[in-house]
Write a protein that binds this ligand. Structure first.
Ligand SMILES: Cc1cc2nc3c(=O)[nH]c(=O)nc-3n(C[C@H](O)[C@H](O)[C@H](O)COP(=O)(O)O)c2cc1C
Length: 374
C-alpha cells in the first residue's frame, strides 16, 4: 500500500499521529546501551545522560538505552537501572531536560537473562528459561568472560520478574517518561523464552509457541495494571541468528507470527521490529523481509530498524511497510539527525571505540552542524 503524504516534506519528516502516539516526525532514536552510569547507584544523571538525550530531542521519539528492571536483570557494566529511588530521581533529571527541549522519550525496560554473568550476582547464576549456555561472551567489570549455563527460572523466579517489570514501568512513569519499551528482542530474556533452542522447559512456559510466548504476555498483563497500555511499546527481532547463542528453527518465525498477531489484542503505543542484523538469506527458516511480512499482520503503529539510512527510511514509509524508522548508530554521532535529513547535511561517522567508555567523550561531544529546532 502506498501512503499519501499531506505535504511535500520527505516521509521521515512528516508528523505522525495515531490514537496513542503524537510525534512531530517519524525519525526515532533507537535504544542504545552506552554504559555511562558509572556510579554506585547505577543511576542516570542530568549532566551525562540528560545532556546526551537533550541534544537529540528533535527526534520524533527517543528510546533510551536498555535499563535493568532489577539487580538480577543486569548484564553489562555501568548500565542504568529503574528499580531504585535514586535511579528514578536520576532519570527524572533526564526527562525534564528532554521535555524542556520539546522531545518525547520512552525508557527501554531490560532483562538480559543468560547473557549476564555470576560476577554481577555475587557468584550466583544468571537466570534464563533453561539451563543452556549461550556459549557467548559476557561484558563483566573485569572485561569479557565466557558465559555460563544459567539457572532455569522457577515459577517463583518468573513471578518475581513479572513483578519487576510492572514495578519498573510504574517507576518510569514516575520519572517522567512518556512511555516504556519492553526489550523482548536481541537474544535477551524474553527471546530466550521464545526460541526452542534456548527454551527446553516442559511446563506451561515451554513446548508450544503459546507456552514459549506466555511469559511475555504475563508481563504485558502485569504492566498494564500499573500504567496505561497505550504508553507501552515492544521490541522484537524475529530473524536474529548466530548472535548471543540464538539460532532459528522451523518454529521460530511461526512463534513470532503468533506473538505479533496476538499483540493486536493489546492497544500498544507501537511495535518495534528489526530487520535481520546479519545476512540470513542462506539461513534455513529465517525471514529476510521483516517489515513486509509483519505490516499486514500487525494493525497498530509499526516501527522498523536496522541499517536504515535517509533514503531507505523514506522509502519504507512511502511503501507503507512501516510508520516510523528507528536509527541507532547514526544517532550516536549526529545529534541533529532530523535537521541533517531536512537540510541535506552530510552525516558524521561514529567512533566505535567510545560506544561504551565512561564520561562525555564520544557521548555528548558530537556537534550539531545545523541549528536544532526546539
Ligand atoms: C552501541 C549500541 C548499543 C545498543 N544497545 C541496545 C540496547 O540497549 N537495546 C536495544 O534494544 N538495542 C540496542 N542496540 C541495537 C540498536 O538499537 C539497533 O537495533 C542497531 O544498532 C541497528 O540499528 P542501526 O543500523 O540504525 O544502528 C545497540 C546498538 C549499538 C550500536
Amino acid at each position: 500500500m502506498k501512503i499519501q503524504m499531506s505535504t511535500d516534506k520527505q516521509p521521515l519528516l512528516q508528523p505522525y499521529e495515531s490514537k496513542n502516539l503524537k510525534l512531530r516526525n517519524r525519525v526515532v532514536m533507537a535504544p542504545m546501551t552506552r554504559s555511562r552510569a558509572n556510579n554506585a547507584e547505577k543511576a542516570a544523571t542530568g549532566d551525562l545522560q540528560g545532556t546526551y538525550y537533550e541534544q537529540r530531542a528533535s527526534a520524533g521519539l527517543i528510546i533510551t538505552e536498555g535499563s535493568q528492571v532489577s539487580e538480577k536483570a543486569v548484564g553489562y557494566i555501568n548500565t542504568p537501572g529503574i528499580h531504585s529511588a535514586a535511579q528514578v530521581a536520576g532519570w527524572k533529571e533526564v526527562t525534564e531536560k528532554v521535555h524542556a527541549a520539546g522531545g518525547t522519550i520512552f525508557l527501554q525496560l531490560w532483562h538480559v537473562g543468560r547473557m549476564s554473568h555470576p560476577d554481577f550476582h555475587n557468584g550466583d547464576l544468571p537466570h534464563s528459561a533453561s539451563a543452556i549456555n549461550p556459549n557467548s561472551k559476557s561484558y563483566t567489570p573485569e572485561g569479557f568472560k565466557d558465559t555460563v549455563a544459567p539457572k532455569e527460572m522457577t515459577k517463583e523466579d518468573i513471578e518475581q520478574t513479572i513483578k519487576d517489570f510492572a514495578n519498573a514501568a510504574k517507576n518510569a512513569i514516575e520519572a517522567g517518561f512518556d512511555g516504556v519499551e519492553i526489550h523482548s528482542s536481541n537474544g535477551y530474556l524474553f527471546h530466550q523464552f521464545f526460541n526452542a533452542t534456548s527454551n527446553h522447559r516442559t511446563d506451561e512456559y515451554g513446548g508450544s509457541k503459546e507456552n514459549r510466548a506466555r511469559f511475555l504476555f504475563e508481563v504485558l498483563d502485569a504492566v498494564k495494571q500499573q500504567i496505561p497500555i497505550q504508553k507501552v511499546g515492544l521490541r522484537l527481532n524475529p530473524s536474529l541468528h548466530g548472535i548471543f547463542g540464538m539460532t532459528m528453527d522451523e518454529d521460530t518465525i511461526p512463534t513470532f507470527d503468533y506473538i505479533i498477531e496476538k499483540l493486536n489484542d493489546y492497544d500498544l503505543a507501537y511495535l518495534h521490529l528489526s530487520e535481520p542484523f546479519t545476512d540470513v538469506s542462506e539461513i534455513p527458516y529465517a525471514e529476510t523481509q521483516i517489515a513486509k511480512r509483519y505490516r499486514p499482520i500487525y494493525k497498530g503503529t509499526l516501527m522498523i530498524n536496522s541499517n536504515f539510512d535517509q533514503e531507505k527510511g523514506n522509502q519504507v514509509i512511502e511503501d507503507g511497510d512501516a510508520d516510523l524508522v528507528a536509527f541507532g548508530k547514526p544517532y550516536i554521532s549526529n545529534p541533529d539527525l532530523v535537521e541533517r535529513f531536512e537540510q541535506g547535511v552530510e552525516l558524521t561517522d561514529w567512533d566505535q571505540d567510545t560506544f561504551y567508555t565512561p564520561g562525555h567523550k564520544g557521548y555528548t561531544d558530537y556537534e550539531a552542524k545545523t541549528a536544532v529546532k526546539a
